[in-house]
Design a binder for this molecule. Structure first.
Ligand code: PLP
Length: 436
């Protein structure tokens, strides 16, 4: 039996029970289940860094507005598929005040989490033109987006952006786009899992190429304004959340309320389509939809078919949260800054104990401290490292499942780790370092 912080035999037993071909390659939800099982069997708490769930209470303004809406009876009424007018207006204001773009309320659509927004967008955009049926992922990325493609049979291609930062991005992107089969490209910014943030130069390259090849840019802003190196918290004042929208009209934004407003449980997010794209007509859409108009096909074709809109009460919650943020009475960034603070301290604990940060730079600048960071340990692949860390009471996910070429790495999420667990984290990392 090995001298590990968590009982070696129990971990082995629980791993066997889960019948996983490899712990290191397990999905996020499988790792979660495994760790739940080990915690229950040992009574010991893990440093849980596998799942990107908010570690903060939900925005109180939202909860109150939602209770009030429920009391008024909205639960019995189908909301409009494309959202209640109050919310559509506040989304439109939000993108004006925090990104500095003009989008009419019509093109702002609440969805069942931003996850559904992506799903709906992939479905619709890949059916716009017969010849353009493939999504390009600028990786590393969120594994579920690829899962969405697999379950409905939409082809995708991907590359790891690590070696193509700055002006190298142009040739790399163009090598895919010039083939003519790419309908859209997707990246998250800040990026899950690596927390890299694209520079303006990179966003301009993406926007210019989207214009040149008529490709829709899907910008996933799941971690809206959470690059804490800059203060994006002042409505209507620069600096604004960096975005490709400065450089192209060919865009769809996905804005999640899960992390920025800690509202993950109510599954409400936003899809913001540029007015120009919303209005465009594509005859090939008629193969699947009653209308060749993009906005109509999206709303009355795809979103209708998926879920007929999203939870009525949660729309009131989000409308109230956004209104307060837009009016400047609720500084949502202040609430989530704690993630960045924790990341700074935790990264140091890892690097003090022999670990390396895998994605460590945004071009010339050290990467921001935020919701995630990436780690490796000399001599281990990511898969091996994850399998070993489980015996030390530390859980994460392997970068191998994110489309990253840096297969030596793991993604660590800071949200669920409490500051009170820091001494234990430090102890476990020291022990790991000693034993290896
Ligand atoms: C990059 C990225 N996109 C989308 C989502 C999903 O967000 P939502 O909870 O709004 O569906 C997440 C959640 O972790 C994410 O990390």
């Amino acid at each position: 039996m090995k001298d590990t912080p968590i009982n070696y035999n129990i971990v082995n037993e629980k791993v066997k029970e889960m019948n996983l071909s490899s712990v290191g390659k397990a999905s996020i939800r499988e790792i979660k289940r495994l760790i739940d099982n080990i915690e229950a069997a040992t009574g010991q708490k893990y440093i849980r860094m596998e799942m990107g769930v908010p570690g903060l209470p939900p925005a109180a303004i939202g909860v109150e507005a939602e209770i009030e809406a429920l009391k008024k009876g909205v639960a019995s009424i189908y909301p409009d598929i494309d959202g209640i007018p109050e919310l559509k207006k506040e989304i439109s204001r939000f993108v004006k005040l925090f990104i500095n773009i003009d989008v009419s309320p019509q093109s702002c659509i609440p969805t069942v989490g931003s996850m559904q927004a992506c799903y709906a967008a992939f479905m619709t955009v890949n059916r716009m033109r017969k010849e353009k049926n493939t999504t390009l992922f600028i990786d590393p990325g969120f594994p579920v987006h690829k899962q969405q493609h697999k379950v409905i049979g939409i082809p995708f291609e991907n590359f790891d952006v690590y070696n193509y930062r700055g002006n190298k991005l142009k040739d790399k992107l163009e090598s895919y786009l010039q083939k003519g089969h790419i309908s859209c490209l997707l990246y998250s910014n800040p990026n899950n899992p690596s927390w890299i943030c694209f520079t303006d130069e990179e966003l301009k390259i993406i926007g210019d190429l989207a214009n040149k090849y008529d490709v829709v840019v899907m910008e996933d802003l799941a971690y809206f304004a959470m690059d804490f190196r800059k203060d994006y918290s002042k409505p209507g004042m620069p600096p604004y959340q960096p975005s490709v929208t400065k450089y192209t009209d060919n865009y769809i934004l996905f804005i999640s309320s899960s992390k920025a407003f800690s509202y993950a449980g109510q599954r409400i997010g936003m899809m913001v389509i540029s007015d120009a794209l919303f209005k465009r007509n594509f005859p090939d859409l008629l193969r699947f939809y009653a209308s060749d108009n993009f906005g109509r096909a999206m709303i009355f074709g795809t979103v209708y078919a998926l879920s007929s809109g999203t939870s009525h009460s949660a729309q009131y919650a989000l409308a109230a949260i956004l209104k307060a943020a837009n009016d400047g009475t609720f500084n949502f960034i202040e609430d989530v800054k704690e993630y960045g603070e924790k990341a700074r301290l935790m990264k140091k604990m890892f690097t003090d104990n022999g670990f390396k940060i895998v994605y460590d730079m945004d071009e010339g600048e050290p990467i921001a401290d935020g919701f995630y960071f990436t780690i490796s340990y000399p001599g281990f692949t990511g898969v091996e490292l994850l399998e070993e860390l489980v015996y030390y009471g530390i859980s994460a996910i392997s970068l191998a499942i994110t489309g990253s070429e840096r297969t030596e790495g793991l993604r660590a999420c800071v949200s669920l780790v409490q500051r009170s667990q820091f001494p234990e984290l430090e102890y476990r990392l020291k022990k790991f370092h000693e034993n290896h």
